[in-house]
Design a binder for this molecule. Structure first.
Ligand SMILES: Cc1cc2nc3c(=O)[nH]c(=O)nc-3n(C[C@H](O)[C@H](O)[C@H](O)COP(=O)(O)OP(=O)(O)OC[C@H]3O[C@@H](n4cnc5c(N)ncnc54)[C@H](O)[C@@H]3O)c2cc1C
Length: 273
């Protein structure tokens, strides 16, 4: 197949990839986004976004909340797991955060990029390889690009192709999480307030758990810098929340795992040829 190369091929259509494409919307560059998923897709995440991020994204909040969850957050309830809780309300007017659902948020940003930046979406295709051919890269043996950008998240395959040994030299935060819709009965019985997410620090301060309510959706998770016996920590945390009546007894036992790196601890290369 002989086609002109893309100026920029972005691998990963999450917030980073879609926002880069959108930011380049008036550049005249010929852009494509490749993602192994088809959208909408979910992403393991508490879905907690600060107003500074919304500003940076220039997100139209009125437009966004048409048919999507946008829960303003005015404070936090904080404790050590199982201990006394302290609620801090920062304001009743200006949200200090928003809770969103990643299946909606990421899809919205990707659609915005496609519509306003005329970006080509290559979805449902996994990045497998990139090879230098003359003055461009050949991705998956098919897509030609002058520049390839890795926006594939924690396990980004582009940075792997650049030689990074992910996980071997980086301290990761390992987390497990679940998001589900409560039944009307469960929602009525749930004391967690949507505008005051709850945070629960582990006794050794190596991590924390959270309960974030978004309408009738409940997002529960726990992350630790030390992933030793993570499932055990999560199990104890879940049971403690059930026993204290904060979450439904029917909350699934199996949480989904994922990881992330704290920015200053990332050792991956940022740029290559
Ligand atoms: C448990 C947990 C809770 C979190 N909570 C929060 C929070 O409350 N607030 C917050 O701001 N951040 C939170 N984060 C961090 C946040 O999720 C990430 O910082 C954010 O998703 C990074 O966005 P991204 O676009 O770089 O990558 P991602 O959102 O991970 O997107 C990467 C994309 O690349 C694609 N991809 C990956 N591999 C390939 C491949 N081989 N080929 C093709 N495509 C590929 C994926 O399908 C995906 O769509 C949390 C993270 C975790 C793990």
């Amino acid at each position: 197949m002989t086609t002109d190369p893309y100026d920029v091929l972005i691998v990963g259509g999450g917030p980073a990839g879609s926002t880069l494409a959108w930011t380049l919307r008036n550049s005249g560059l010929n852009i494509a986004i490749l993602d192994k998923a088809t959208f909408p897709r979910d992403k393991i995440c508490a879905g907690w976004v600060t107003p500074a991020v919304m500003e940076e994204l220039e997100l139209d909040l009125d437009d966004y909340q048409q048919g999507r969850t946008l829960q303003p957050v005015f404070g936090f309830r904080v404790s050590q797991i199982g201990k006394r809780e302290i609620e801090t309300r920062y304001s009743n007017e200006a949200p200090v955060s928003y809770s969103i659902r990643r299946c909606e948020f990421d899809h919205y940003l990707l659609e915005r990029a496609k519509e306003t930046a005329d970006v080509e979406l290559i979805l449902g295709e996994k990045f497998k390889s990139m090879t230098k051919v003359d003055d461009h890269w050949l991705v998956n043996g098919t897509h030609k690009a002058r520049l390839v950008v890795g926006a594939g998240g924690h396990f980004c395959p582009v940075v792997r192709a650049m030689g990074a040994k992910l996980g071997s030299s980086e301290t990761i935060v390992a987390a497990q999480e679940i998001e589900f819709e409560m039944s009307p009965e469960q929602a009525a019985a749930c004391p967690v307030e949507a505008d005051v997410p709850e945070l629960f620090f582990c006794e050794d301060l190596s991590g924390y758990g959270w309960v974030v309510r978004k309408d009738n959706f409940l997002n529960i998770g726990l992350g630790r810098e030390d992933n030793h016996k993570l499932s055990e920590h999560v199990g104890v945390f879940r049971q403690q929340l059930v026993d204290s009546g904060k979450i439904p007894a029917e909350t699934p036992l199996k949480f989904h795992g994922h990881a992330y790196i704290l920015y200053p601890q990332a050792t991956r290369p940022l740029l290559t040829d």
